[in-house]
Ligand binder design. Structure first.
Ligand code: C2O
Ligand code: CU
Ligand code: CU
Length: 498
């Protein structure tokens, strides 16, 4: 028996649907419990590491802290070298980096470099655990395009909880080609990261992360936006061209971003680096784990308010919206206030970089991955973990699902027979999208990607090349980046062998 999403949601009953209504479509940006006036956007400190004998090393201390997201309200949180989130790590292509990671959060953890091409045993995935009170070192060469990547806890079964409490940060990879384009690159001034996270709080200020069955199934949604850990943020812009590096660091929420005044903007990069040309847009959807770099033009001197609505097109949770009869649920992300004195606008290059032609004929193998959430009834009985799977198999740390040959090019065909959209992420490789349901990807998705949105019922083909690193004993992960789904088992492992 196959239960449709609509019937299943109705089957959840009044509390279930009301819960979803609040969580996914409430649309408020300030918690009903706590509030604060506008606050200056927090810019995570830039960490350039320290050059020691040709290796750039970073000291990263995973720690507990107390954050004040609201006036006079303390929230216990996790952070890296701080109370919440971590520094922005700046790296250069061609350099070897060393990460000295200490764990003092009181739980076993791990720290994964999302989007990095690197040896599997340096990846910081669920096999590279760090006990509380101990440390772990990763070392690898930065061998990919300039890009906005990120790092976060990848502790088996605990990723959602640990990331929710703050174990994440941004990585900026630079190279000479990208630096020569005249793009804004003055960190914190005309080049800023925006880590988008929705959160829920208890009346006493604690994070409210106790996902029940529905939240483990649909994902955990908050009623308060944190941007770089700031509630209700504004940014004073000192330039007419502002580069923002967006990271959807949320556990489950998709964002459909646009400006309140309808102004257009340019996307210049996707997950793995620069697009070939800037793409002019008025809105952009970002699913958990994805990044995008945008150039915003502020030469009109007017305040530009970036907002989101929960995606409501047919591709997403539209049945839920229909059931609820929800309004568009628009909520504020960031108010950008242009200063009186501003650096002049840049001339946006028409050509940003050259990427390989996507040639599927060079692929030597096609693998199919079907994302499944099982049947609604089983989940209603609480057996979520038995249902979240890929190709019918939930994640098993002791099982290698796929073995890939080094230096081979493959097609990974991702299908989604579940009743929700999933962002599918693959470690180690920056891939290209061949097609979605047979149609070529839109220009915003035509560049390098490591996380790709797979809407319900859609089928997406990816072209991947596995280069440089082979290790039969250490697997890489692939998984849904809705962290509740990942923790519940929508994840698998592959090795690359010589
Ligand atoms: Cu962003 Cu496997 O993770
Ligand atoms: Cu990753
Ligand atoms: Cu999922």
């Amino acid at each position: 028996m196959k239960i449709s999403r609509r019937n299943m949601l109705i089957g959840l009953g009044a509390t279930g649907v009301a819960g979803l209504a609040y969580a996914q479509f409430g649309g408020t940006t300030t918690s009903t419990i706590h509030s604060t006036g506008a606050q200056a956007l927090n810019i995570p400190p830039l960490d350039d590491g320290q050059l020691e004998g040709g290796v750039r090393s970073y000291d990263l201390n995973m720690q507990t802290g107390v954050s004040q997201f609201f006036d006079n309200v303390n929230t216990a949180s996790f952070g890296i070298n701080g109370a919440y989130l971590g520094p922005t790590l700046k790296m250069r292509v061609g350099e070897t980096v060393r990460m000295n990671v200490n764990n003092n959060i009181g739980h076993t953890s791990s720290l994964h470099w999302h989007g990095m091409h690197l040896p599997a045993d340096q990846d910081g995935g669920p096999h590279q655990t760090i006990e509380n009170g101990s440390s772990w070192q990763a070392e690898f060469e930065v061998k990919q395009n300039a890009a906005t990547l990120w790092y976060h806890s990848h502790m088996m079964g605990e990723t959602a909880y640990q990331v929710y409490h703050g174990l994440a940060g941004v990585i900026i990879v630079e190279d000479e080609q990208a630096n020569s384009l005249g793009l804004p690159q003055d960190y914190g001034i005309d080049d800023i990261p925006l880590v988008l996270q929705d959160r829920k709080f208890h009346p006493d200020g604690r994070f409210d992360y106790t996902p029940g069955m529905e939240e483990r199934m649909m994902g955990h949604f908050g009623d308060t936006m944190l941007v770089n850990g700031t509630v209700n943020p504004y940014f004073d812009a000192a330039s007419d061209s502002l580069r923002i590096r967006l990271l959807n660091g949320s556990n489950a929420r998709f964002y459909d971003l646009s400006f309140d005044d309808g102004r257009s903007f340019h996307q210049i990069a996707s997950d793995g680096g620069l697009l070939e040309q800037p793409v002019k847009l008025t809105s952009l959807v970002l699913s958990p784990g994805e990044r995008a770099e945008l150039i915003i033009d502020l030469s009109d001197g007017k305040t530009a308010t970036l907002s989101s609505k929960t995606p409501g097109s047919d591709d997403f949770f539209s049945d839920v919206i229909n059931i609820l009869g929800s309004s568009d649920g628009r909520f504020k992300i960031l108010e950008i206030r242009p200063n009186e004195q501003r650096k002049a606008a840049i001339e946006l290059p028409t050509k940003l970089t050259t990427l390989d032609v996507v040639d599927e004929t060079i692929a030597v193998k096609t693998r199919t991955f079907d994302l499944d959430m099982g049947m609604g009834v089983a989940m209603m009985l609480g057996n979520v973990g038995d249902n979240m799977s890929i190709n019918g198999k939930p994640m098993d740390m002791k099982h290698i699902n796929e073995v890939v040959k080094l230096d081979s090019t493959e097609i990974w065909h991702i299908t989604n027979s579940s009743f929700a959209a999933h962002p599918f992420h693959i470690h180690d490789v920056q891939f290209r999208i061949i097609d979605r349901d047979g149609k070529p990807p839109s220009p915003t998705e035509a560049g390098l990607k490591d996380t790709v949105l797979i809407p319900e019922g859609e089928s997406v083909r990816l072209l991947l090349k596995f280069t440089d690193y082979a290790d039969p004993d250490s697997p890489y992960m692939y998984h849904c980046h809705i962290l509740e789904h990942e923790d519940e088992g929508m994840m698998g492992q592959f090795t690359v062998v010589a």
